[in-house]
Design a protein around this ligand. Structure first.
Ligand SMILES: [Zn+2]
Length: 214
């Protein structure tokens, strides 16, 4: 398997400087992110772990899943985590017209608004698969959103990835300011249930602290 993309290469970050790939701070702060929820069991299991470990994280939610499981979405917010837009139907920007993409982004935005009247967090967007065109990104940024990419990808969603390798992917590649991607999805369930608690305890041992995306 080609593991080239576990750590986002420097030239990619350099090519797309308007997107957020990691934080520039020199503190030992890192940012856990969870994509594709909220769904029963997996998201709830993650919330339980985060609560036990006293960690806040960022959840990039799919609008359709928020509509199906609003109570879990509200739990994410009530427990002090930050949420972001991940489109309504998990669209691939490279295969979607800008018109349709923005419409889908706006549908997710409206859904988030509906359930978050008291929420004062930042406006964050993560493109599904990290695939977005410049036109799409510019239009989303014009609406006051930051485009949040990542620095370390766990590959928890990949059935060929062993849970042990998934853990190594995360722990070995994290540096100060890293943004790490996990998934609260059924595909990732087996790997994340093994890797997340162990990654948290190893990273705490190394002196890292966890924050929500700014
Ligand atoms: Zn996704």
């Amino acid at each position: 398997m080609n593991n080239f993309w576990i750590k986002t290469p420097f030239f990619i970050k350099w090519l797309f400087p308007k997107y957020v790939w990691s934080a520039k701070d020199q503190n030992k702060t890192i940012y856990l992110t969870f994509d594709d929820g909220p769904i029963p069991e997996v998201t709830e299991w993650i919330l339980d772990i985060l609560k036990k470990e006293k960690i806040k994280a960022t959840f990039f939610c799919i609008g359709e899943n928020i509509e199906k499981h609003p109570n879990i979405f509200e739990r994410v917010i009530d427990e002090g985590h930050t949420i972001g837009n991940h489109t309504f139907n998990h669209l691939n920007g490279w295969k979607t017209t800008s018109e349709a993409y923005i419409e889908n982004f706006n549908a997710c935005h409206s859904t988030i608004q509906k359930y978050t009247s008291n929420y004062k967090g930042p406006k964050l967007f993560r493109p599904p698969y990290g695939k977005i065109t410049k036109t799409q990104a510019n239009r989303i940024m014009q609406q006051g959103y930051k485009i949040i990419m990542w620095d370390v990808l766990s590959y928890d969603f990949n059935p060929k990835m062993s849970p042990e390798k998934c853990l190594t992917n995360v722990v070995k590649n994290i540096t100060c300011g890293s943004i790490i991607v996990f998934h609260d999805s059924l595909k990732a369930e087996k790997n994340i249930k093994f890797a997340l608690p162990k990654a948290i305890s190893l990273l705490k041992e190394k002196g890292f602290q966890f924050e929500t995306i700014f």
